[in-house]
Design a protein around this ligand. Structure first.
Ligand code: AHG
Ligand code: MN
Ligand code: MN
Length: 281
């Protein structure tokens, strides 16, 4: 597993340079979800693919930016599902973006996720790993290398509310849930990048991030393999919970690698409220 983390760190340093200095315009291509890819999406995908290619422990890659799985080493143990540049359209407005990795065995189901990692490219470059050692924060120092900072964990309740999805298309009970958090004094924190939005809640010790199913996209926007399962794993390891409204996200199967699901990530008290509201819908 360490060699996978090392490859992620190596690719992160290159991607951070690209974000800082290179063209952030759109390409002429669309990915499997139908998003028009940015040059930065395509190039980040390539950088990560090249960093993983020599590792014989990796059997296969699946990327948000690739139509199907990309085989590497037949005898490898791990399958890696990744979003090379999450929130990439935010690079243009100079907000934080990220890369997300799920390290799976056998298939891309939630129960077969063995470790998860994400990188935040912001004023600082940080990496968070989640595995049997818990959740750990690393940061790039002046030597251009990642250094361990501290372990991360969530309290049972926080103060931040990050509500995703187009409000006009929310179900009435979802609106009630979100309004209820604000009525209790929660503060709005939503940048439109799930990496910095979920990172903020984790660093501040609690809160709730939601991306529900809506009337226009009943299965939500966020993808199970590349985005949702890895963050569900991080949040659970940090002492929080991650559900689709009713079910634990990591209990979900995955019929197709680009499948999406409604999702809620948070500390225990907030997720209890989500369960109460969604139990009847
Ligand atoms: P990507 O840039 O990889 O397509 O993902 C963007 C995602 C996620 O980061 C964020 O939480 C969500 O899209 C924001 O969607 P809305 O603009 O609908 O809130
Ligand atoms: Mn994404
Ligand atoms: Mn992406």
């Amino acid at each position: 597993m360490q060699e996978i983390y090392d490859a992620i760190q190596k690719s992160a340093i290159v991607i951070a340079e690209m974000i800082a200095h290179d063209d952030s315009g759109y390409s002429e291509n669309q990915n499997a979800t139908g998003d028009t890819q940015l040059e930065l999406d395509i190039r980040s995908d390539k950088v990560i693919e090249e960093a993983f290619a020599p590792l014989t422990s990796i059997k296969e890659l699946a990327s948000e930016e690739k139509e199907g799985p990309h085989p590497l080493h037949a005898g490898g143990k791990y399958l890696i599902g990744y979003d090379p540049l999450d929130g990439s359209s935010l690079a243009d407005v100079n907000l934080s973006v990220g890369s997300i990795f799920g390290i799976y065995e056998n298939d891309y189901s939630g129960k077969n996720l063995k470790a998860a990692v994400y990188v935040v490219y912001g004023p600082r470059i940080e990496m968070v790993t989640a595995d049997e050692n818990g959740v750990q924060l690393y940061r790039v120092a002046r030597d251009n290398r990642f250094h361990f900072i501290r372990k991360l964990s969530l309290g049972t309740q926080g103060k931040l509310n990050a509500p995703g999805g187009t409000q006009k298309n929310w179900a009435p009970w979802h609106k009630e849930l979100i309004d209820g958090f604000f009525a209790e004094g929660y503060r709005l924190r939503y940048s439109g990048g799930m990496v910095p939005d979920l990172h903020q809640i984790l660093i501040k010790g609690g809160g709730i991030f939601s991306y529900p199913g809506t009337s226009d996209v009943p299965k939500g926007k966020l993808r199970k393999v590349f985005e949702v399962f890895p963050f569900a794993f991080v949040y659970e390891k940090a002492g929080g919970e991650a559900i689709d409204g009713r079910q634990r996200l990591l209990d979900l199967e995955c019929a197709h690698i680009h499948d999406t699901t409604p999702c809620f990530f948070g500390s225990k008290e907030e997720i209890k409220k989500v369960r109460n509201v969604y139990a009847n819908h």
